[in-house]
Design a protein around this ligand. Sequence first.
Ligand SMILES: Cc1cc2nc3c(=O)[nH]c(=O)nc-3n(C[C@H](O)[C@H](O)[C@H](O)COP(=O)(O)O)c2cc1C
Length: 407
Amino acid sequence: MNELAGKHIVLGLSGGVACYKAADLCRQLIKEGATVQVVMTEAAMQFITPVTMQALSGRPVHGSQWDAREPNNMPHINLSREADAILVAPCSADFVARLAQGRADELLSLLCLARPQERVPLLLAPAMNREMWAHPATQRNLAQVAQDGATVLAVGNGDQACGETGDGRMLEPEELLEEVIAFFTPKVLAGQKVLVTAGPTFEAIDPVRGITNHSSGKMGFAIARAAREAGAEVTLVAGPVHLATPRGVHRINVQSAQNMLEAVMQKAQRASVFIATAAVADWRPATQSEQKIKKDGSGQTPVLGFVENPDILATVAQSQHALVGDLFCVGFAAESHDLLAHATAKRQRKGVPLLVGNLGPATFGQDDNALLLVDAQGHRELPRASKRILAQQLVAEIAQRLPALQA
Ligand SMILES: Cc1cc2nc3c(=O)[nH]c(=O)nc-3n(C[C@H](O)[C@H](O)[C@H](O)COP(=O)(O)O)c2cc1C
């Protein structure tokens, strides 16, 4: 999608086994449109060769402050001035210690120190053994570099190259890519607490069967990701879907509409924006058999009665928190025809400021979609695009409508 088009990133590698992941990270950054200049410490070159990184980045790798290839012989100045960001991945414990002290005895730490702090952010992706990570010296150094303006990314937990298990693994390349993209996203939802529902609900008939729908959750998950990237604290209440949780998003899994309502009502009180993307079942079986309903060979089919499910969007929109204007509610309508008429009517019926219409058959399970935004002023189409792009556009539209941000 070229989400990093026009960005120039200095990718610094310090010494650690996770250097092998930096090769993939380099590829992924370039695939997203960034240009990448690799700088390696001497220790990093023990783990992976500059040849690999040069081949992947398409640029000669730098590894020494004495490198005479630069006409002025000052790679630390030239490389740091060109960069939109410096990302050190992997960032060794030793490298953090050097940063914390402001050391500059090799090229990578030298260019970090020499960078213009106000316009070249420094992102660190630590990678180390769990004992090194937990050591007070490392934690002290990390706190110091964060205080000095670096962004310290999280570490993963799990099996480590040394055979131990715990905290300190470097994030995976795709996770780091998500973090870099998030870092560059304008923070139009800073300070907002966004609650999103996504996916279908599952209404049980008996312990092994139930009624659900084709919603994949992709739209709601994309919105949760975009909202978090825009600076919001995001809670995602998800029906049964097989999608990875976007980074930095708090996820609550639910099954039925009633479960979803309970989870939403608990979280809505603290939220400032509610986006109801989930395709909630309108009805559920009136009774739920505790045991599997058996076919008895008589040819008789079971008779299912239905009761109406709670209307989650309307319930939240009519809560005191929303009525006094502390919660901005956004509804979704999945229709099969007459989108504008249905979406307009639904907006009024539910009492929400913004209703987003989409055609169910054209969105369920798809990676792209088209949206119709209906508010008190009228309507606006967001033409067919990937759900990722639509989610970013919708987040921008919501941000514009939030009273506190307009002031
Ligand atoms: C096999 C091996 C694996 C290592 N893995 C790591 C690691 O994952 N993280 C780390 O902080 N140091 C690790 N080290 C130690 C660093 O390579 C060492 O501290 C080095 O001085 C780092 O130099 P640099 O910060 O200039 O790259 C490892 C050392 C060896 C020999």
